[in-house]
Design a protein around this ligand. Structure first.
Ligand code: SAH
Ligand code: CA
Length: 214
């Protein structure tokens, strides 16, 4: 999923603020005990999310796709005083572990962690969002974007992860585009054509689309 040369990535990480012990612990535990640990954001992307969040100082952040809580903790660290992160995941098997991680990070009281299908939960949320991180099932990216956009305040930011899909957005000659890749292509095109936002696709990790509502 990394596009950058491993040596350059290591250099970038060595020149980015250090990953703190709580995040290091989550990284290790996820790799030791959880399926598909590659889904975790990791040092560089995590720092980036934290940095953007600290710049925005959001009152309300919505995260779609908690997994083991790594990105959620990074995002929550930028919250304004009294702010909250609402984070959604359909996988309840990780609940105890993730709640423990939020506790360890000292963020339990600022994180509203809800289990269930994001498609069903989002319509029940009536908050205005300063920041949204879309990182759940790719097939529903377009739906998530449409479900949240009216509740994002002007100047608020939507980020969507994995939008370069391991580079498959550039199809190899003669190869058929698979279904998962097609939904990412459609999503990126839709954001690019959406007059409600200005956007930038950054080649960080597996590709991060940032859209700022006008
Ligand atoms: N944001 C995390 C990684 C998320 S991985 C990080 O960067 O560390 C994607 C997560 O989306 C998985 O935990 C999966 O259970 C969740 N997910 C998939 N479909 C979902 C749905 N319909 N509703 C809510 N969560 C979903
Ligand atoms: Ca991701």
């Amino acid at each position: 999923m990394e596009f950058i040369d491993p040596a350059l990535l290591a250099y970038c990480e060595a020149h980015s603020s250090e990953e703190d012990p709580v995040l290091k612990h989550i990284y290790r535990e996820t790799h030791a005990k959880v399926l598909m640990p590659r889904m975790l954001s990791g040092h560089l992307q995590g720092k980036f999310l934290e940095f953007i969040s600290k710049s925005i100082q959001p009152k309300v952040i919505l995260e779609i796709g908690t997994y083991t809580g790594y990105s959620g903790i990074c995002l929550a660290r930028g919250l304004a005083a009294g702010g909250k992160l609402i984070t959604l995941d359909i996988n309840d098997e990780l609940e105890t572990m993730v709640r423990g991680f939020f506790e360890m990070a000292g963020l339990s009281d600022r994180i509203d962690y809800r289990l269930g299908n994001a498609l069903e939960i989002i319509p029940s949320l009536h908050e205005q969002f300063d920041m949204v991180f879309i990182d759940a099932d790719k097939a529903n990216y377009m739906r998530y974007y449409e479900l949240v956009i009216d509740q994002v305040r002007p100047g608020g930011v939507i980020l969507a992860d994995n939008v370069l899909w391991s580079g498959k957005v550039i199809p190899e000659a003669g190869k058929k585009i698979d279904k998962d890749t097609q939904v990412i292509l459609d999503f990126n095109k839709m954001v690019q054509q959406d007059p409600r936002v200005e956007n930038i696709l950054l080649p960080i990790r597996d590709g991060l689309m940032m859209a700022r509502k006008k």
